[in-house]
Design a protein around this ligand. Structure first.
Ligand code: BES
Ligand code: MN
Ligand code: ZN
Length: 487
């Protein structure tokens, strides 16, 4: 979606002019046909509602759209404005129209409010149509541009900054939407290499042999059954103070999870192409930070493997040695995410000495049972870090809910033969997974684990996404950095 700023609606051609209106406060200057039409169709200006109609303006027929932004002065004002922009994009995406104009002036929007509407429009209009060669005309996307007229001072600069984040969200969605025959560990790295070229970010890549040398028996164990070699990717952005320790983001990048020898049932297995959603969010968040030249030192690490059943694959009962030296009895090869993450966590601590660590992973089905698709779970050894994340979650709309970590859960991981087993019992599955990861955090480094299993993919369109990849996590991590790292 292109966004263009213009001074007046006269130059250029958009046929649809959109105004954002507050709930229960239809502006007094609307043409009669619009005001009456809106009333007659029960348009009240609730966030996400759209009404459009035609009006005669000085002998010229114009099409006017009203998009509701809910009540003003609420905490969720920006989310509501995004919803308004998103609703406009959804309505006209395949309408045959190629442009709409957003009348910022008569909508009474300030700079950040204008940017919020644009953000909603841009995010909601993203689609991945690469493999659709037979779309009928009426299914094809036509809307490609929003022209902003009468933008307030500073709106353009606000948008410059926001659109870096939108680009990050879109990159995450692309990685997540791509099927597993296209995105596998090596091609994930290649796609990142291309996207980050010339941005000033530095990419570090480890192949199987290098990881072997470092002793990453857990991550490599997961990849044993796959024809695809595994990779560790670090994206480094040192835009902050010279000697400041970086923040580390660590993502689970299982590019396909069959379960391995503990094979998953067939129905729904296709969903496991998005088992790299944590790594996808890390890559997209790094892109957002790099494009907006964030004044922060941040390392994004992606542990990339494919979990397949094969003659070379790990067996249930195998004992493996992680990079930390701790041994793990693998009782279920489908609990592979924690095996990938534990070595990624050890590596990031050894290599980069981060001040704080946040990992993101589609780690457990139990998280979906607990929270559905409205919140991701957050587990942390540090209350300040948890609070910072919860706050960023509220602000960004990528919502979080905190779950406990406690030593009492540890005994569920006891193994008769090794330091731990890779599954707990039947209950508290998301917590025991987090508890497992906690064993790889050294010196009480502040660490948070986000179980995003319910968030990276949507079966239905949402506020700012169509069904499919949501891009969850990018805006959360971007907001977290904005709030917590001060140049
Ligand atoms: N990737 C899955 C978790 C998952 C399931 C994410 C459904 C999204 C939707 C993970 O690797 C897994 O298989 N976890 C197992 C763990 C169990 C074997 C302890 C699970 O949740 O069943
Ligand atoms: Mn699994
Ligand atoms: Zn998995």
């Amino acid at each position: 979606m292109d966004i263009e700023f213009r001074d007046s609606p006269e130059t250029g051609s958009p046929r649809i002019v959109a105004r954002i209106v507050e709930q229960d406060k239809l502006p007094g200057d609307l043409p009669l046909t619009i005001a009456e039409g809106a009333k007659a169709t029960r348009f009240t200006g609730k966030a996400g509602q759209v009404f459009d109609g035609f009006a005669d303006e000085n002998g010229k027929l114009v099409r006017l759209a009203l998009a509701g932004s809910g009540k003003k002065d609420t905490e969720s004002r920006h989310a509501a404005l995004e919803k308004a922009g998103a609703a406009l994009a959804a309505k006209y995406l395949t309408s045959g129209e190629s442009e709409i104009a957003l009348d910022a002036a008569s909508s009474g929007l300030d700079a950040s409010e204008t940017a919020a509407v644009l953000m909603g429009a841009r995010l909601r209009s993203w689609r991945w149509d690469h493999y659709r060669t037979k779309l009928r005309d009426e299914q094809k996307r036509t809307l490609t541009k929003v022209v902003v007229i009468g933008a307030p001072d500073g709106a353009k600069a606000e948008w410059e900054d926001a659109q870096a984040v939108a680009t990050g969200v879109e990159f995450t969605r692309e990685l997540v939407a791509e099927p597993a025959n296209i995105i596998y560990p090596e091609s994930f790295v290649e796609r990142c290499a291309k996207r980050f070229e010339g941005t000033g970010a530095e990419l570090v890549v480890l192949d199987d042999a290098e990881m072997e040398k470092l002793g990453m028996g857990a991550l490599l164990g997961v990849g044993l059954g796959s024809e695809r070699p595994s990779r560790m990717l670090a994206i480094k952005w040192m835009g902050g103070a010279k000697d400041e320790a970086p923040i580390a983001f660590v993502g689970k990048g299982v590019t396909f999870d069959t379960g391995g020898i503990s094979l998953k049932p067939g129905p729904g297995m296709e969903d496991m192409k998005w088992d790299m959603g944590g790594a996808g969010a890390v890559a997209g968040a790094m892109l957002a930070l790099v494009l907006r030249k964030a004044k922060a030192n941040v390392i994004g690490v992606c542990g990339l493997v494919e979990n397949m059943p094969d003659g070379k694959a790990m067996r249930p009962g195998d004992v493996i040695t992680s990079m930390s030296g701790q041994t793990i009895e693998v009782l279920n090869t489908d609990a592979e995410g924690r095996l990938v993450l534990c070595d990624a966590l050890t590596w990031v601590q050894n290599e980069f000495k981060p001040a704080r660590i946040v990992d993101l992973a589609t780690l457990t089905g139990a998280m979906l049972v607990a929270l559905g698709s409205e919140h991701a779970g957050v587990f942390s050894n540090n209350d300040d870090l948890a609070d910072d994340l919860l706050h960023a979650g509220k602000q960004s709309g990528d919502k979080l809910w905190r779950f406990p970590l406690a030593p009492e859960y540890d005994k569920l991981l006891d193994s008769p033969i090794a330091d731990m087993k890779n599954i707990g019992g039947r209950y508290a599955g998301s917590i025991t997974a987090a508890q497992f990861l906690g064993r790889f955090i050294e010196n009480d480094t502040p660490w948070a684990h986000l179980d995003v299993a319910g968030m990276v993919w949507a079966d239905k369109p949402g506020a700012t996404w169509d069904k499919g990849a949501t891009g969850y996590g990018v805006r959360l991590l971007d907001r977290f950095i904005r709030n917590t790292v001060k140049g």
